[in-house]
Write a protein that binds this ligand. Structure first.
Ligand code: GRG
Length: 300
């Protein structure tokens, strides 16, 4: 039973894998429809870049909306928007001027399948499309404005772009970061989009944000530690991209700083923190708790 002050979700809760597939379908349908009147290799590459992922961020958006009795139809624009921003970041991150990865999600990355110019433009197009889709979120004008400004903030120089820039600067300088620095960097680079996704529901409903803000923050950090563990121990075929690059580059990661066991312990503690943060929502938040456990158990 949820605590007083937290509204029970109206739609039935789906198990995690079902909810993730639903989030992927919602995203691909919205993006596909938006691109249906565009022609050429750039929209084709945009659609390709959005497909084939876990749709974790879209899932978080739809699930946090569900906890605030907001239907998937009303939240679909926000769910598709965050996947577009995420896809753009991966397309650009894979470019030769950044991480130079020829594989993504087990398939050729966009610049490898088309060319660099198409990949740059597909990323740019996805970023613009994200905001076109986001304004389709069905909520009050004030809540919609809050979604737009907060997404621009999370994706920009005080969020993902800032984190990526700090990461590149540290690598160029050749001075490995300490634990506090890497935590701050990753909170911006990957945590900001994950936190934003978890806050779609309270933002659309103009409700209390603290529980889902705490959940998103802990989940984002657990996600990054799990990513570092996968990079260290995962199999390239299963992960769907090259692994072990951070170690070869001598980059500081949660694994290099905490050790493999220490990183696993820290990730487990963060998952517990993420689940505890959801207690005001009671059993209704069980799928979000499943997602937190999945994030550190995943193999890709
Ligand atoms: C290029 C502006 C710009 C930013 C890039 C997020 C990022 C910043 C780069 C990605 C590098 C990377 C692989 C980071 C690890 C965390 C991460 C975002 C992993 C991929 O996310 P998943 O596992 O991927 O949710 P899928 O494929 O399932 O969507």
């Amino acid at each position: 039973m949820a605590e007083a002050g937290f509204r029970l979700a109206a739609q039935e809760r789906r198990p995690l894998q079902d909810a993730l597939s639903h989030a992927a379908q919602v995203t691909e349908a919205r993006v596909g429809f938006a691109l249906s009147t565009a022609e050429g290799s750039v929209p084709e590459a945009m659609l390709y870049a959005v497909g084939g992922g876990k749709a974790l961020r879209a899932f978080l958006a739809l699930e946090s909306a569900r906890l605030h009795t907001i239907s998937p139809v009303k939240a679909a624009g926000a769910a598709a928007a965050i996947e577009c921003i995420h896809a753009y970041s991966l397309v650009h991150d894979d470019l030769p001027c950044m991480d130079d990865d020829a594989m993504r999600r087990g398939q050729p990355s966009v610049h490898a399948k088309w060319d660099e110019a198409t990949a740059v433009l597909a990323g740019d197009g996805l970023q613009a499309l994200a905001f076109e889709l986001l304004v389709q979120a069905e909520c009050s004008p004030r809540a919609r404005m809050n979604l737009v400004v907060s997404l621009a903030h999370a994706a920009g120089v005080r969020g993902m772009v800032g984190g990526q820039a700090a990461d590149i600067a540290a690598e160029t300088a050749g001075t490995p970061l300490d634990l506090e620095q890497i935590t701050t960097l990753q909170a911006a680079k990957t945590g900001a989009l994950i936190s934003w996704s978890a806050l779609v529901g309270p933002r659309m409903a103009e409700a209390e944000r603290e529980p889902l803000a705490n959940y998103g923050e802990a989940l984002g950090q657990a996600f990054q530690i799990a990513d570092d563990i996968l990079d260290e121990t995962g199999d390239a075929k299963q992960v769907g991209k090259a692994v072990g690059k951070d170690r070869v580059a001598g980059k500081a990661t949660f694994v290099s700083l905490l050790g493999l066991d220490g990183a696993k312990r820290r990730a487990g503690q963060l998952v517990d923190d993420a689940c505890d943060a959801l207690s005001p929502y009671g059993e209704d938040a069980e799928t979000l708790k499943e997602a937190a456990r999945f994030v550190i158990a995943r193999t890709h």
